[in-house]
Design a protein around this ligand. Sequence first.
Ligand code: AKG
Ligand code: MN
Length: 201
Amino acid sequence: MTCSRNSTPWPELEVINNFYDAVECERIYRCLLHEHQWPDNRYVVAGRQFILPRLQTWHADPGIRYSYSNNLLQTRAWTPLLSDIRVQVESYLNIFFNSVLVNLYRNGDDYVGWHADNEPELGEQPFIASLTFGAERQFAFRHKKSSEQGRVSLRSGALLIMRPNFQHHWLHSVPIDQNVTEGRVNLTFRKVIPAGSCFLD
Ligand SMILES: O=C(O)CCC(=O)C(=O)O
Ligand SMILES: [Mn+2]
């Protein structure tokens, strides 16, 4: 891997471009697009049907439970490809993850709305590593209390690091972008605190 660490003006965020080179990105993207078992994006909560504006799967080590989108995500085992990527991200960062959320944005109409990844299961210091494959998309964020906001472009092969304070102070989203016609797969590696443990990390 020949990547460069690029700090952003925001200390809680770091973008590492070319974490995967173009050839690797193409291989990984094609594999995720065509071989990953994508579920339907319609789901029912309390008798009402909702449509998720992207496709999504959740993979975790045995025994890991996460209430994020509880009604729609079943925990799946790690695939060989996701396991390989996890090892590469972990050894680069020297941080260990036990789960990954996989999102497919089929084109620029797919999006994720404003949110913070700060569920109690992620502990008090949620550290998230996020990888992009496929189309470049904007990652937008806005401060929870002030009017400050920002954006970074996430290109194929980029690793975005969200340090814990990012989830404490900011909301983030990937907005609709009608100029984007191609798909994008995003992997967010997370560390869920196993049920019954203290939040000490
Ligand atoms: O697609 C992205 O870059 C972000 C996805 C995200 O925020 C999430 O899965 O929680
Ligand atoms: Mn998120």
